[in-house]
Write a protein that binds this ligand. Structure first.
Ligand SMILES: [Zn+2]
Length: 114
């Protein structure tokens, strides 16, 4: 697993998540693809108890967190239970393409390649 994919402006250094042809800060074309290191801080977190899809319907629900990556962008991730706002996390993209946040320094972080 690896960190989330981001884009970076070659002119001003601005970093963002969603793919764009031009920098949202200065409009320079031709951004560079970068892989985030995965470190970040929980900005918001919740537990989803009513799953929108049957495959997401698990006992006790599942966690969703908004994580501010060290590179700057804030991304939505699956999250382990028990995270709180301000916690340091490691974000890795799972095999299904979804980013997952685990507490930095946890055994799950080691399992996720953090
Ligand atoms: Zn720029």
């Amino acid at each position: 697993m690896s960190g989330p994919l981001l884009q970076s402006c070659r002119a001003c250094g601005h970093v963002w998540q969603f793919r764009r042809a031009c920098c949202p800060a200065c409009a320079t074309a031709g951004p560079e693809a970068v892989t985030a290191g995965g470190g970040g801080t929980v900005w918001s977190v919740t537990t989803v108890l009513r799953a929108p899809l049957p495959e997401l319907d698990v006992p006790g629900g599942y966690g969703i967190a908004l994580v501010t990556l060290d590179e700057g962008p804030r991304i939505m991730c699956r999250s382990e239970a028990g995270l709180a706002i301000g916690d340091r996390v490691q974000v890795a993209v799972e095999d299904d393409g979804m980013p997952r946040a685990v507490r930095a320094g946890s055994e799950l972080e080691d399992a996720c390649g953090g």
